[in-house]
Design a protein around this ligand. Structure first.
Ligand code: KG4
Length: 340
């Protein structure tokens, strides 16, 4: 009998539900919350309220699009954390209620594990191209910047991670500082395409091992712009594109330096990326170039699987379900990965 898994994702500001049958995607519905735009960042209280409003219609639509009834489901995979607690509570409570009413098991998924597994969502009519184990995944989002060694669908080890800001946060905070809007990543990416990446230089961190740091480069941009604006008040307006291109190049260089080091140290040549920042065009082309130069097999997720989505949660949950994992009804969401 086929395994039909409903995935639920509500860790931040996207309410998402997806259905997969034996690993193949049947539907993936995402309601992105627009209420945060005016605030320049996600407002946790507003996010929880919007999830509460969205969750029932989003799940209903996912089932309808998949052409399955709730009674056809085999199990429910849901994001337990990390993320905003109020947001996670909505998805977790919904999963519990549905599991209880349908009499089917639920399987908790670490949101980051979902991003690591995004490359394993299969779609009918599309060629299957998945990394073989072990592979390295550069996991880059608004909350995380990590290099992870993935040994199997269930086993992974963090080899390095940021000691302060995540790279997505650096994109977002600098965009806000430059008055370019939120979320900053896509705006900076778009402007960077029009600018000269070699025009300005920003300080890069010297952090030992495979860890990252992004708070210094953010400060470096801040001081640089402040000093130039003191001399020429129109500096920012006249140099926006070059600033974005140079800043983005610096962030991509920092990410790539450690990824190259990790590949060298582990001898692993299967290289994937995941998380919201993996949509960045500069990062995508750099990783492809380095892959060609270094003999890596590189795996870039489709754009729809880079940001938060329930398809990746469903597929990560599917592997866990097949391995016999079940989550009891008294489970509580957790805001930090360390609590898993
Ligand atoms: O994975 P995600 O949707 O949410 C979590 O943080 O969990 O990632 C959101 C982050 C934001 O910081 C956003 O600015 C960044 O991904 N992002 C990008 C791009 N698209 C989204 N960063 C750089 N370039 C992009 N094209």
């Amino acid at each position: 009998m086929a395994d039909i898994i409903l995935g639920i994702e509500s860790s931040c500001d996207d309410t998402s539900a997806a259905v997969i049958r034996d690993g193949y995607l049947l539907s993936n519905v995402i309601a992105s919350q627009q209420v945060h735009k005016d605030f320049g960042g996600v407002v946790p209280e507003l996010a929880s309220r919007a999830h509460e409003q969205n969750i029932v219609p989003v799940v209903s639509q996912a089932l309808r699009k998949a052409g399955v009834k709730a009674s056809d489901l085999t199990a429910i995979a849901f994001t337990r954390g990390p993320g905003l607690l109020g947001s996670l509570l909505v998805g977790t409570s919904f999963a519990k209620a549905l599991s209880l009413s349908l009499g089917i098991p639920m399987v908790m998924v670490n949101h980051l594990h979902g991003h690591l597994m995004a490359g394993f969502v299969r779609e009918d009519g599309k060629p299957v191209r998945e990394p073989s184990f072990p592979y390295l995944c550069l996991l880059v989002s608004g909350g995380n910047s990590q290099i992870v060694r993935v040994d199997s669908p269930l086993e992974y080890e963090i080899l390095g991670q940021t000691i302060d800001d995540a790279v997505g946060e650096a994109f977002d905070k600098c965009s806000k500082m430059l008055g370019l809007g939120y979320p900053g990543g896509p705006v900076i990416d778009r402007l960077a395409k029009l600018g000269d990446p070699l025009r300005f230089k920003f300080a890069k961190p010297h952090i030992p091992g495979l860890d990252y740091s992004f708070s210094g480069v953010k400060t470096s941009l801040l001081y640089f712009v402040r000093d130039r604006m003191a001399e020429d008040p129109s500096f920012l307006e006249n140099n926006k594109e070059d600033l974005c291109a140079s800043f983005q190049k610096t962030l991509v260089d920092i990410l790539m330096d450690k990824l190259i080091k990790a590949a060298r140290q582990t001898g692993i040549r299967e290289i994937a990326i995941g998380g919201g920042v993996s949509a960045n065009s500069g990062l995508r082309s750099r990783i492809t170039e380095e892959g060609l130069r270094r003999g890596w097999n590189t795996y870039l997720p489709e754009f729809k699987f880079t940001t938060d989505n329930a398809a990746m949660i469903a597929v990560a949950g599917y592997f866990r379900y097949k391995a016999g994992e079940r989550t009891p009804l008294d489970v509580a969401p957790v805001s930090r990965s360390a609590e898993f």
